[in-house]
Structure formats: C-alpha cells, structure tokens
Design a protein around this ligand. Structure first.
Ligand code: NG6
Ligand code: CA
Length: 517
C-alpha cells in the first residue's frame, strides 16, 4: 500500500493526498481520494462472450487488455436476468424483486426510480462528483406511463435522480421512441415532425412491420415474437410511434453515438466524475456499423460484440489522452445473460457454431439458472489494484455502498438497504466477498458460491422462442455448484439440511419485503 500518493486528478493538476485520510474498507484499505469512476454496462453480453472469459471465435482485444490490467471476476452476479430490474438494483442498492413494478419497462414507462429515492448518482454528486448517464436507460422517464410529452422536457428523469448530464435511449433499441434524449429533451429535435408514442394504438397512416415487410430493409422480426409494430429506419419495433424526422436514430450509428458522447463527457469533465455508459450492444435489434457488420463470422451478434469492444477501446483511449487512466476506476459488466434469438432474424442461432455465450453455465437471459445472472465483471484501476483473477462472490447490489466507501460518503440507514460494503472484494484485497448472493428471474435463487437453491414456481421450464431453459420448476432445486457448475443434478432431496439452511437465509431477506410474482 502506498503512502502519500501523488495522483493526478481529472482536471490535470496534481494534488498530494495524505492516505491517512483515505477511507477504511473491510480490509483496512488505504485509498487515494476520489478516483473517476466509470461503469460500462453491456446489454445481454454473456459470461462466455469475451476473449478474457474464454471466447475464441470473436476477438475482444480492448476488453481483454482492461481485464489483464485489472481484476477479472469469475463469480459476479447481476441482481436480475433482464435489464430493468438489473439496472434498478445497480443504481439504487435495493433489490428489484421487493417491488412489483420493476419488470421489463415499455418505452413509455414512467420513471421507476422516484426522485425521493437516493441513487448511486446522488451519492457521487454529494461527494462532489460530476455525474453522467449515456446510452441505454430502460428505467422509465417522466411521471407516469404514457403521459410524456416527447416534444418538451420530460420530467422526472436522470437529472432528478442525480445525473448532471444524460444522453439516453429511453428504453431499448427495439422499443419506441427511437430518439436520443439529451438532458431529457429529444436530441436534434425536428420541429417539422412532432413525436407521438403509444403502446396501445397504431397511428393512422404510419406503416407497421407486420403489414409492410418490404420496408424492413435492415432486419426482419422473428416469427411470433412481436417486434412488428412501428417501422423506424428499416426495422420494426415494439410500440407505435409517429414523427421524429431527423431526430430518429439509425441503428448502425448507435454505438458511435454512445462512444462519442462518452468521450466528450470525459474530455469536458473538470472535476472527478462518475459516468454510467450503458451500451446498446449486444441487445436486439443488432445492426452494427458497417465497420463491424459481417466481420465476426458469427452474424450480427458476434459483430455487435466486436462493436462493444471497440466502444470500450474508445473510452480507454479518451482516458489515456487525458492522462487519467491511472486514476480512473473502470467497472465493465453486463446487465444480464445472453440470448441468441430475442426477436429478430439476425442469424445469431444459425451462426453461433461452437461459441458459447453462456460459458459453462446453464440457461441464459431470463433464466434463474446461472447464465441468467452470472455476468462478466472486470475492475480496472491501474494506480490502485494489482492484476488478478478473483473468485470472490460479488453482486451488482453492493456497488452502491462500496462506492460510497470509496469516496467517503456516509449513507443513511434508509439508503441502498440491500447493498453491503464489499469494496475490498471489488479492489481485490478480499478474495471471499459476500456470504451469499440472491438472483432473480421468474423465481429467486440464493447461492453461497458452493450451493445454490432455487424457489419453486409454476412458470414454463423452457422458453420456446428464445430457446432458453428458464430454470423454473414446481420442485425445489438445489445444485452443488462447486461440483456441478452446469446445474445438471438437482440434489434437493439428498441434502434437505442444505435446502433448509439456504431457504432460511433467503427468508430472512424476503421477510423485509417481497413482491416478485
Ligand atoms: C422482451 C422482448 C425482447 C427484449 C426484452 C428486454 C418480446 C417477445 N421480447 O419482452 O426482445 O426486448 O423484452 O430485454 O417482446 S432487456 O435486456 O432490455 O431486458
Ligand atoms: Ca439486457
């Protein structure tokens, strides 16, 4: 551990930091003050999709070099197996399954995190940081569902929950409105084409994917999986939309836009910053820029992985150019596990070959099996951490409190109630991490790293269209992960005391509030 570190802060001047004033974590960490913090959250990127996690058919050199200079976690978990609940928990330190309104949000959802709830961005702001959110949002905007006026400023939004700057897609690439929201107003707004959005009624005269397949010049939806409503720039989406004009995004430029805005934010930051970058890659509709299209040999999904890697490279390059890479804590992860056919005919299934997006794990996106929520997780902070591979059991849920420890903020008892301080694990000095992790899909699971218990329910065990094993069962399930990482053998009846132990731990948590259906 270094004493009296000479660090360069983000304004490029040098400050002498006495480390005795640093914050104490679980392992008595002595830290320099206020590194920049960037969360790069990929969408639907699986554990096995990156070179550093074993992928060989797609190259991810920028992510791999970030991993080589930092800590690559092998037992890291998102809170939920889809985007909205996963991101909700990441930003709030509150388990999304305690609320019944954190499922996959439509594009006209009201903001799920209410202004009175303290978020990780509020915490960073309180600590003197400049804060930004760029890319995928999917947490709702405005007061109530369907009430937004997309031709004005939509409030509440990221500003009301702690983000000084935002440049976001409201929901997902496959949901209207297909425009960027900059500081809660449509970017490049086109007054000649006012924007209207509906999730119930088509707009007369606006072409729909199901009626005009000839207009689907970029991608076609998979049969029976929706995505056949409004056509925007050659791709049909979920939901109806009218207008937008020159503000409408072109899917092939989405990654470039996100990278450019992230780089601009980094360049302009004149004090320590917290930046959330949610990429659209590798979510559907996958239509990467022509620099990447047809380059991976695995179809657009593989190309989107390459494009994601490029985005990471752009961010790292901007940090290098500003000479702040050393003092910047970068966390790279995914919101949930992988899916091949998620609604568009992009040949992800046909061309996947022996590539294993889910790694050694069973299931995928939407699943309570490991592949649903066990995600890539890389932490880089060259000035402070030693390169390593860590098997510590960690979860997105703990980032809030751990980041608060990092920047020396006290949290009130009502803030981030489910979030624990595991900064030492995130920085590599604690190799154990959490006692247990809770994951959510249609059911809940709890794992101590060695054993995993899944609660029973009546939902389908297999999702036909996405071809994913959901992990749902009417039976209780127990897997001995340390011997059976692929969750093949349900040993619940063989180890009733283990079932009882994990159930009791889970009950302790759900007793504090449990709303998942
Ligand atoms: C599902 C969509 C899927 C994707 C997902 C959200 C259908 C049939 N499927 O409902 O395409 O958009 O929602 O993904 O509509 S997430 O990663 O943002 O949670
Ligand atoms: Ca996702």
């Amino acid at each position: 551990m270094k004493n009296n570190l000479l660090i360069s802060c983000s304004i490029g001047s040098f400050v002498l930091v006495s480390c005795t004033s640093g914050q104490k974590g679980k392992s008595d960490l002595v830290l320099p003050q206020k590194p920049n913090v960037i969360f790069i959250v990929a969408d639907d990127l699986g554990y096995g999709d990156l070179g550093c996690y074993g992928a060989t058919r797609v190259q991810t050199p920028h992510v791999d070099s970030l991993a080589a200079s930092g800590i690559r976690f092998t037992d890291a978990h998102a809170v939920a197996a889809t985007s909205t609940p996963s991101r909700y928990s990441l930003f709030t330190g509150h388990y999304s399954w305690r609320r019944n309104d954190t499922g996959i949000a439509p594009g006209d959802a009201g903001m799920i995190i209410r202004p009175e709830q303290t978020t990780i961005a509020d915490m960073f702001k309180q600590a003197g940081y400049m804060t930004g959110a760029i890319g995928k949002w999917h947490l709702g905007l405005g007061d109530t569902t369907g009430s937004q006026d997309w031709n004005g400023t939509v409030i509440p939004g990221p500003r009301e929950i702690g983000f000084d700057y935002s440049y976001l897609m409201a929901a997902t690439g496959d949901r209207v409105p297909c425009v960027w929201m900059e500081n809660q107003s449509v970017a490049n707004y086109d007054p000649s084409a006012p924007i209207y959005v509906s999730y119930s009624t088509p707009f007369p005269g606006e072409p729909l994917g199901r009626e005009h397949p000839e207009m689907l010049t970029k991608l076609r939806p998979s049969p029976n999986q929706g995505h056949s409503d409004a056509i925007v720039n050659g791709i049909s989406r979920i939901g109806y939309m009218k207008g937008g004009g020159k503000a409408l995004w072109q899917d092939e430029n989405i990654a470039d836009t996100i990278a450019a805005k992230a780089v601009q934010f980094i360049r302009q930051a004149d004090k320590p910053f917290f930046l959330y970058v949610g990429t659209n890659d590798v979510h559907v509709p996958r239509y990467p820029h022509e620099r990447f299209r047809d380059k991976s040999g695995m179809g657009y999904r593989g190309d989107a992985i390459m494009q994601f890697d490029w985005t990471v490279g752009q961010i790292i390059q901007a940090l290098k150019e500003k000479d702040i890479l050393e003092e910047t804590l970068v966390i790279l992860t995914s919101d949930n596990g992988p899916v091949l056919d998620d609604g568009y005919m992009d040949q992800a299934v046909e061309l996947v070959g022996d590539h294993k997006p889910w790694g050694r794990f069973r299931g995928g996106k939407y699943s309570i099996f490991e592949a649903g929520t066990r995600i890539p997780f890389i932490v880089s902070w060259p000035a402070q951490i030693k390169p390593a591979v860590s098997g510590a059991l960690v979860s997105h849920i703990d980032l809030f409190t751990s980041m608060a420890t990092l920047v020396g903020e006290e949290l009130s008892p009502n803030t981030a109630i489910d979030s624990q301080d595991h900064l030492a694990a995130f920085l590599g000095t604690d190799t154990i991490g959490r006692e247990y992790v809770i994951e959510a899909a249609s059911s809940l699971s709890i794992t101590d790293g060695e054993w995993k218990y899944i609660t029973p329910n009546n939902y389908p065990s297999y999702y036909e269209y996405t071809q994913i094993e959901s992990g749902n069962s009417t039976e209780e399930q127990l897997y001995h992960l340390s011997e059976d990482i692929g969750e093949q053998n349900n040993v619940a009846s063989k180890y009733p005391e283990k079932v009882a132990e994990l159930k009791a731990l889970l009950k302790q948590e759900t007793a504090k509030g449990y709303m998942l259906e």
